[in-house]
Design a protein around this ligand. Structure first.
Ligand SMILES: C[S@@+](CC[C@H](N)C(=O)[O-])C[C@H]1O[C@@H](n2cnc3c(N)ncnc32)[C@H](O)[C@@H]1O
Length: 489
C-alpha cells in the first residue's frame, strides 16, 4: 500500500507545515547572500499577504482562509507550502516581528496601511526565521510587491526598512530593563498575560519552554487502527514507502511521520488503517480503558477521534453514544465510524448539559468528557489563538466545564470510570475543575495515577492536582490534561 496523496509535508495547504531544516533558530542572522528568490515564489508571498491582511482586518481564521484561498489559486505545491509557512509563521511570530519593525519604521508600524504592515511582517519573518530563503531575495520580492501595489514612496520605504534590518545583524535586540516575563513575551512572541500566567503556574523556565515549543510546527502523527493492522506492520509499510516514520514515544497506538505530507490523503487512511490524531489525544481513550461489551458515553465527541479510538479498543463490541452539541459536527463522527468500519458508535447532537435528562442515571460503564476549552495547548496548530484569547475566556469556559462535569457524572455506574480531558494548559480549566468536583462529590475518587498512561509518562508529564498535564515541550505533542475519576458509590 502506498501513500497516494503525494503532498510534501511543507506543502499541505491549511495545515501548519511540519518543521524542517529550512527554519532558523529563535533569532536568525539577517545579513546573508545567495541565489535570488524565484518569480513563482512572488505569488506565494502575495497570496500570503492577502490572507494576512484579511486575518488582521476582518478577524478571519487563518486555517480556513488558507484552505479556501489556496484551493482557488494555481500555486504549485511548493509555493502553496511557502504561502502556508509565511501565514502561520508571521502570525506566530507577530509580537517579535512588530517589536523589531517598530525600531526601523519612523512613524511606527501601527500607522502603516495594513498591506504594507503585513508585507513588512512576512518579509522580516523570512529574514529572521527561514534558512532556505536568502535575505536579499526576501527584500527584493517585498520591493517588487510594494511597487506593484503602491507608489514609489512606499516601495522605497519598504526597501529602506528591510535593508536597515539586514545591516542591524542579530535581532531582536532587547533592552536590559525588561522583566523576565517581558523578555520571554518579546523573544517568543506570546501575550504578556499568558507568559505571566504560565510562569506563575509552571515556573519561568517551563513558561519559556512552552512559548518556544508553541512556535514550532507540529509533527504529523497517526493512530493505528489495531482492529485492522498492527503498529509494527503499518510502520513497516510506511518505511517501505519511503516515509520517515517512527513509533510514538507517547502512545503505543501512534506513529510519527516527518515530511510525509497529508496522511489523510493516503490509501491507508481511506481504507481505515489509520486516523490522523495528535499523540496527546491518543492517551485519552487509553485512560478511559473501555472494554468490549461496555456502554460508553462520549459527551463532547466531534469530530470523533476519541470515540473512534474507544471503538477500536472495544473491538467494535458494545455501545458508544457519541454526542456533540452541533448536528453538522455529529455527522463527522458518523463519517469517521463508517470509514473505520466501527458499528458500535451511535451519534447524537444535544447540549451535554441535557444528557442527564436523556439517559437514566448510572447507565454507563465509562464516560468521557473531552470538554470544550480555551485550547491553549494547541497554539502550535492554531497560532491565531494566542492573539484571540483573553484571560476572561479561560474563566468563562472553566465555569462551563465544571457544570458539564457535575451534570454528566450522574450517568456513571458505581465502579465506573469518568475521564475528564482538555487540550489546554490552564490550571483553572484542569486541576481546579477536578479539585472542586472531588470536593463536592465524595462518591468519586481519583484513579489517574494507577492508570497505564500515567505509569508510562510519569517521568515526563506533570502531576497536576488529581490529573496529568502534558506540556508541548515534553514530547512535542499538544498540551493536554487528563484526569481519571472512579465512582465509588
Ligand atoms: C475538544 S472538542 C472534542 C474533540 C473530540 N472529543 C475528538 O476527540 O474528536 C470539544 C467539542 O465539544 C463540543 N461542545 C461544546 N459545547 C458543548 C456542549 N454544551 N454540549 C456538547 N458538546 C459541546 C464542540 O462542538 C466540540 O466539538
Amino acid at each position: 500500500m502506498q501513500p497516494d496523496g503525494g503532498r510534501n509535508g511543507a506543502g499541505a495547504p491549511g495545515a501548519r507545515p511540519a518543521g524542517g531544516s529550512a527554519r532558523k533558530g529563535t533569532a536568525g542572522k539577517p545579513a546573508r547572500s545567495g541565489a535570488a528568490g524565484t518569480r513563482a515564489a512572488e505569488s506565494a508571498r502575495e497570496a500570503a499577504l492577502d490572507i494576512l491582511v484579511r486575518v488582521e482586518q476582518q478577524g478571519a481564521y487563518s486555517n480556513l482562509l488558507l484552505n479556501s484561498s489556496l484551493q482557488k489559486t494555481a500555486l504549485s505545491r511548493e509555493d502553496a507550502g511557502l504561502a502556508t509557512e509565511l501565514v502561520y509563521g508571521s502570525i506566530s511570530r507577530l509580537l517579535t516581528l512588530d517589536y523589531v519593525l517598530d525600531g526601523f519604521v519612523s512613524k511606527g508600524i501601527a500607522k502603516l496601511q495594513p498591506w504594507v504592515r503585513n508585507l513588512l511582517r512576512l518579509s522580516l519573518y523570512q529574514i529572521m526565521y527561514l534558512d532556505r530563503i536568502p535575505s536579499h531575495a526576501a527584500v527584493n520580492e517585498a520591493v517588487n510587491i510594494a511597487k506593484k501595489r503602491g507608489h514609489q514612496g512606499i516601495s522605497g520605504m519598504v526597501n529602506g526598512v528591510l535593508r536597515s534590518v539586514l545591516r542591524a545583524g542579530e535581532l531582536p535586540v532587547l533592552p536590559e530593563n525588561l522583566s523576565p516575563e517581558q523578555r520571554i513575551s518579546t523573544l517568543h512572541s506570546h501575550p504578556l498575560w499568558m507568559v505571566k500566567q504560565w510562569a506563575a503556574e509552571y515556573g519561568l523556565d517551563a513558561a519559556e519552554a512552552m512559548c518556544a515549543a508553541n512556535n514550532e510546527p507540529p509533527a504529523a502523527s497517526v493512530r493505528v487502527n489495531l482492529t485492522m493492522i498492527s503498529r509494527d506492520a503499518l510502520l513497516e509499510q510506511m518505511l517501505e514507502a519511503g516515509l520517515a516514520a517512527s513509533p510514538s514515544l507517547v502512545s503505543p497506538y501512534g506513529i510519527v511521520v516527518k515530511g510525509g505530507g497529508n496522511l489523510a490523503l493516503t490509501s491507508w487512511y481511506r481504507d481505515g488503517y489509520l486516523s490522523v490524531q495528535d499523540e496527546s489525544s491518543m492517551l485519552v481513550a487509553e485512560a478511559v480503558a473501555p472494554e468490549p461489551g461496555m456502554r460508553v458515553l462520549d459527551c463532547c465527541a466531534a469530530p470523533g477521534g476519541k470515540s473512534a479510538h474507544m471503538g477500536e479498543l472495544m473491538k467494535d463490541e458494545g455501545y458508544i453514544y457519541a454526542n456533540d452539541l452541533h448536528p453538522h459536527k455529529a455527522r463527522l463522527i458518523a463519517d469517521q465510524a463508517q470509514r473505520l468500519g466501527l458499528e458500535c458508535i451511535a451519534t447524537g447532537s444535544t447540549d451535554a448539559l441535557r444528557l442527564a435528562q436523556t439517559f437514566e442515571p448510572e447507565s454507563f460503564d465509562r464516560i468521557l468528557l473531552d470538554a470544550p476549552c480555551s485550547g491553549l495547548g494547541v497554539i502550535r496548530r492554531k497560532p491565531d489563538l494566542k492573539w484571540r484569547k483573553q484571560p476572561e475566556d479561560v474563566a468563562s469556559v472553566a465555569a462551563l466545564q465544571a457544570e458539564l462535569l457535575q451534570s454528566v457524572s450522574r450517568l456513571l455506574k458505581p465502579g465506573g470510570i469518568l475521564v475528564y480531558s482538555t487540550c489546554t494548559t490552564e490550571q483553572a480549566e484542569n486541576s481546579s475543575v477536578i479539585a472542586e468536583f472531588l470536593g463536592n462529590n465524595p462518591g468519586f475518587t481519583s484513579a489517574t495515577f494507577t492508570s497505564p498512561v500515567w505509569k508510562r509518562l510519569e517521568e515526563t508529564a506533570l502531576a497536576a492536582g488529581e490529573g496529568l498535564q502534558l506540556l508541548p515541550q515534553h514530547y512535542g505533542s499538544d498540551g493536554f490534561y487528563i484526569s481519571r475519576l472512579q465512582r465509588l458509590f
